[in-house]
Write a protein that binds this ligand. Structure first.
Ligand SMILES: Cc1cc2nc3c(=O)[nH]c(=O)nc-3n(C[C@H](O)[C@H](O)[C@H](O)COP(=O)(O)O)c2cc1C
Length: 206
């Protein structure tokens, strides 16, 4: 059967936990993966994400320490700290302006969305956090798709000390590190994709 690239990626992808530290990717590729990740959807087109691409050996060592010594963070060619902006709602107007200029949405729609997001987010820290995590998660998955397209392997690391990451990388308290995404070339000894639960256990069609 002919399978699409996306189907093939999803059915065969796996987390890379062991990287070849000698193999490097270029600064151009590091940027390109984030450029592609920013095409991910976000509520109101908030684009409430930030990416810190940790590339130097010194900074990867710092990040590895904040990730409880998980070696893949250091051995990957680059490890992205994918963050959500807890105050993204404050800059929605700026984020939407280019879409107004291009005639994709009207000034009125922009104003309505800014009012809606301000009303719903300004006094609701739980929603701000949810929104930050939703956007950063979608962007992370997109980044992994983009990396695969370039023949690169990836992994997600959620095991890190949030405050240690914020402090080591001078992130303001409004910038929430959501997950680390490691990208590079695999070494020997990675697990294949692990088995999934049966579909009927996770899917309800009503
Ligand atoms: C949110 C999240 C956090 C994760 N954190 C870690 C981690 O800290 N360390 C690690 O080795 N793997 C981590 N993983 C990888 C998972 O263990 C892995 O995705 C899962 O076992 C399924 O394996 P597969 O991706 O190879 O199919 C994380 C994955 C996700 C999505």
């Amino acid at each position: 059967m002919d399978t699409s690239r996306i189907q093939h990626y999803l059915e065969s992808r796996s987390t890379t936990g062991k990287y070849d530290p000698a193999k490097k990717i270029t600064a151009e590729t590091i940027s390109e993966l984030v450029r592609l990740a920013t095409y991910s959807p976000s509520a109101f087109n908030l684009q409430n994400w930030k990416f810190v691409a940790v590339h130097s050996e010194e900074q990867k060592s710092n990040l590895c320490q904040a990730a409880y010594g998980q070696q893949q963070v250091k051995d990957a060619s680059v490890t992205y700290i994918v963050c959500g902006d807890l105050e993204g709602y404050k800059t929605l107007g700026d984020a939407l302006q280019p879409s107004v200029s291009e005639g994709i949405i009207t000034e009125e729609i922009k104003a309505t969305w800014v009012d809606m997001v301000t009303e719903s987010h300004q006094d609701n820290s739980e929603l701000r956090r949810d929104e930050a995590i939703r956007s950063a998660s979608l962007a992370s998955m997109s980044l992994m798709f983009a990396a695969d397209e370039q023949g690169l392997s990836t992994g997600v690391v959620g095991g890190f000390d949030t405050e240690a990451v914020q402090s080591a990388f001078n992130l303001p308290s409004s910038i929430l590190p959501v997950m680390l995404v490691t990208v590079g070339y695999p070494a020997e000894g990675n697990w294949p994709q692990k088995m999934r639960k049966p579909l009927q256990e996770v899917l309800e069609i009503i």
